[in-house]
Design a protein around this ligand. Structure first.
Ligand code: AP5
Ligand code: MG
Length: 211
């Protein structure tokens, strides 16, 4: 099963991706995580990506598409994969069509009024990547899952979040129509339901789909 996860920044893509990948034994591929890992390692891709991600802008298509095209040739993708954060514009979607066969697109719809608070309050584990929100941490600075240190992403500040939302509205939202026309969209609402409840809804649909 090859899936795409669509949704605005903070819609809960990463949160759901971990659960979906685990349940269906497929690989979670997040272009954002790939860029952050490259930035941390100081690679050439990382140096390029840094200036874009810190402004909330898209890393150039040629670079991003080449990374995903290569990643999908890895052995572990044979059992299926979940693309989180790719494609992010029509060009990337058209490129993806030339090297991948997608079975479904999980689209998390969300009230955008919730996103600023979700993102500016997010804390992420340096070790395992688990996301938390400051409002539920009670001052804790380590991860419940693995004990890793929690940090705040550089792009989780009001100015950059504003830019990321504008990019989503202009460039990524049209993909809902693109995949609807192909009959691939699976719509979910991420506004009210806690992550576990939303996952239950996604699972109910994907279980039937996976058969
Ligand atoms: P990326 O890392 O993909 O960031 P994003 O799309 O902005 O999305 P986020 O990771 O911020 O949000 P999410 O939907 O994963 O939410 P999460 O589950 O963490 O991209 C970063 C940058 O990389 C881009 O800006 C761009 O520069 C570059 N890039 C990446 N892909 C690219 C591409 N294809 N082309 C070009 N450039 C690219 O949840 C958010 C918060 O909400 C957390 O605190 C979480 O605990 C909480 N939460 C989650 N679910 C719920 C719930 N149900 N109820 C309450 N709270 C919840
Ligand atoms: Mg994410």
């Amino acid at each position: 099963m090859n899936l795409i996860l669509l949704g605005a920044p903070g819609a809960g893509k990463g949160t759901q991706a971990t659960k979906i990948a685990e349940r269906y034994g497929i690989v979670h591929i997040s272009t954002g995580d790939i860029f952050r890992a490259n930035i941390k390692m100081g690679t050439e891709i990382g140096l390029l990506a840094k200036s874009y991600t810190e402004q909330g802008l898209l890393v150039p298509d040629e670079v991003t598409c080449a990374i995903v095209k290569d990643r999908l040739t890895w052995e572990d993708c044979q059992k299926g994969y979940l693309l989180d954060g790719f494609p992010r514009n029509l060009y990337q979607a058209e490129q993806l069509d030339t090297f991948a066969k997608i079975d479904g697109v999980v689209n998390i719809n969300i009230d955008h009024k919730l996103l600023m608070d979700r993102l500016c309050g997010r804390r992420v584990c340096k070790e395992c990547g688990e996301s938390y929100h400051v409002s539920t941490l009670g001052g804790k600075t380590t991860c419940d899952r693995c004990g890793g240190e929690l940090y705040q992403r550089k792009d989780d500040n009001p100015e950059t979040v504003g830019a990321r939302l504008a990019v989503y509205n202009e460039q990524t939202a049209p993909l809902i129509d693109y995949y609807s026309k192909k009959g691939l969209i699976l719509n979910f609402t991420g506004s009210e339901a806690p992550a576990e409840v939303l996952f239950g809804e996604i699972k109910a649909v994907l279980d039937k789909f996976a058969k």
